[in-house]
Ligand binder design. Sequence first.
Ligand SMILES: NC(=O)c1ccc[n+]([C@@H]2O[C@H](COP(=O)([O-])OP(=O)(O)OC[C@H]3O[C@@H](n4cnc5c(N)ncnc54)[C@H](OP(=O)(O)O)[C@@H]3O)[C@@H](O)[C@H]2O)c1
Length: 349
Amino acid sequence: MSKIPVAILGATGSVGQRFLSLLENHPWFEVVALAASDRSVGQKYASACRWILAEPMPEFAREMVLTAAAPEVFEAKIVFSALPTEQAREIEPQFASAGVAVCSNAAAFRREADVPLLLPEVNPDHIALVRHQREKRGWRGCILTNPNCTSTGLTVALKALQDAFGLKKAFVVSLQALSGAGYPGVSSLDMIDNVIPNIGGEEEKVEWEPRKMLGALGADGVELADLRLSAHTNRVAVIDGHIVCVSVELARQATPAEAAQAFAAYQAPLAARNLPSAPRPVMVVREESDRPQPRLDRLTGKGMTTLVGRIRPDPLLHLKFVTLSHNTIRGAAGGSIFNAELLVQAGLL
Ligand SMILES: NC(=O)c1ccc[n+]([C@@H]2O[C@H](COP(=O)([O-])OP(=O)(O)OC[C@H]3O[C@@H](n4cnc5c(N)ncnc54)[C@H](OP(=O)(O)O)[C@@H]3O)[C@@H](O)[C@H]2O)c1
């Protein structure tokens, strides 16, 4: 079978680089174009991009010439978008209207009622919204979104608890890595020896996005899950991997051992289980009192697995625990690629 031609928008950025790296030997997709801003258009990728990943820049990309992010410039069936939100709002619909499937990391369309906000191991059925989207907007293509990188691991863990015990409330505190702010991101003088207790717009995303993904798909779209969330979000001096400390009130009380069993036993719905980027396993429960840790654990399951640890009783709500998820792999590029695989498997490309 010949591979599906794909392109990356925002290919030079922090998430764009992850896309290149993860797509290098992808069994279904072949990168045919790389796009960036006017600053980079016309330059070879290797000269325009300040490569920040530990693994080498993929050979196939070095000599590729960066193009503008416009549908008439290249032919691809899927574009992976790592554009800043403002640019995504303008550019992504142009591709969708031109018949291209856009798998986006940006926040621009996550809240739209006809746009799926997807974690295939949580809510693969929400992909059906693509049909409503095409009818409503007259697009031949579509826009699919993945959640904010802090909502990602949190929502996977909450899904296991929702299925096993029901959920009422969650109070969460994030410790978010620097790569989540893009490149060059936060200045070193602001960050070394420091924690920044505010990330613009992040708390609102973390308090809303899990409710859409944990909600039920009905005839009129997604009914938000009846779950109250309160979030504090913090930037810390870690390169990759977001920690979230979570306290939850369940609908039916559970012991830490029962919760650990629910996390460890959680499996993705069948539709998402065998896709190339599916996390294997979906979740890992660490028993040690000081794990998960970003530096040691973020690459579990090639960076697609959600880690959970420190499950214990909570004196205010029912239980508390810690989650860890790789923000530029599961929380960004790997997540969009997983969504694109779901779209192809569902016959919706
Ligand atoms: N980093 C994470 O962990 C993470 C997680 C989830 C979601 N996201 C989201 O993913 C998106 C990308 O984040 P990032 O961290 O990779 O940002 P970044 O490092 O700042 O990269 C931005 C990219 O967009 C390109 N760009 C900027 N303006 C453009 C324009 N007008 N037309 C075409 N390309 C343009 C830049 O190209 P030049 O190099 O030419 O300027 C660069 O390639 C954002 O929406 C972010 O919120 C990030």
